[in-house]
Design a protein around this ligand. Structure first.
Ligand SMILES: CC(C)(COP(=O)(O)OP(=O)(O)OC[C@H]1O[C@@H](n2cnc3c(N)ncnc32)[C@H](O)[C@@H]1O)[C@@H](O)C(=O)NCCC(=O)NCCS
Ligand SMILES: Nc1ncnc2c1ncn2[C@@H]1O[C@H](COP(=O)(O)OP(=O)(O)OP(=O)(O)O)[C@@H](O)[C@H]1O
Length: 198
């Protein structure tokens, strides 16, 4: 039986950094941010739906979607974020489920599914366990501002559009705090793999 480990947390809490560790351990990753980006590429089914609704103002000169601009719109307008979720999430979920089916058929032992909105979209029921990468609010703002060159206001707008991390921690099977170095994080993840027994 394949063990599907859901991986979630807050924005910039360290999910992708955890993914890098799992990749080094040759554990397959289903990456929902990547899937969301792919379905919004020119010619993909999410692209048309999003451009029809948000208009051509969200496009770059080369007609690709300007995600920073779209993020600026939806993370400051809850109704528009809801609409974007309605347009994209069914397509993302469909692709995740297809990838899960392929891994199951291949009898893969352990697969990590990185879904930032795992609890928000009720995805936990499809996972055998859920790992939350947690972080303090101060570090989260600091790392998000640094990584995305965001102002504090931009960082807080994105954080405030997600379920509070404290709530996610309560619903997790496993919680790993990413408040130390990346080496510290990797050590904790290594211990977790032992615990899961895979
Ligand atoms: C709003 C968009 C254009 C911003 O793009 P950008 O390149 O700046 O961010 P990216 O996609 O890399 O996401 C970064 C992080 O933002 C957070 N985030 C993304 N989408 C959402 C959302 N709908 N609600 C709350 N937080 C979100 C997540 O923590 C994610 O890891 C993009 O995130 C998007 O299209 N989101 C809708 C699809 C979605 O929900 N994706 C999340 C995985 S299903
Ligand atoms: N332990 C750490 N020490 C210092 N920097 C870190 C640590 N862990 C992660 N980072 C940095 O913090 C930023 C956010 O981490 P990462 O991209 O892994 O978060 P994420 O949860 O995947 O974000 P998102 O929700 O946007 O996908 C990155 O620039 C990363 O390099």
């Amino acid at each position: 039986m394949t063990y599907f480990l859901g991986l979630t947390g807050g924005i910039a809490s360290g999910k992708s950094t955890a993914d890098e560790f799992f990749k080094k351990k040759k554990i397959p990753i289903i990456d929902s941010d990547l899937i969301a980006h792919k379905i919004m590429e020119i010619g993909q089914n999410g692209y048309k739906a999003v451009v029809d609704y948000f208009g051509t103002d969200i496009l770059n000169d080369d007609q690709t979607i300007n995600r920073r601009k779209l993020g600026g719109i939806v993370f400051n307008d809850k109704a528009k974020l809801k609409k974007l979720n309605e347009l994209t999430h069914p397509l993302v979920h469909q692709e995740i489920k297809q990838q899960m089916a392929r891994y199951r058929a291949n009898q893969e032992k352990l697969v990590v599914i990185d879904v930032p909105l795992l609890f928000e979209s009720g995805f936990e029921s499809l996972c055998n366990g859920v790992l939350v990468i947690s972080i303090t609010p101060e570090l989260q703002i600091e790392r998000l501002m640094k990584r995305n060159a965001f102002t504090k206001k931009e960082a807080i707008a994105r954080i405030n559009n997600q379920m509070p991390l404290s709530e996610k921690e309560k619903r997790a099977t496993y919680v790993v705090a990413n408040t130390g170095t990346i080496d510290d994080l990797e050590k904790k993840l290594s211990d977790l793999l032992q615990e899961i027994g895979r």
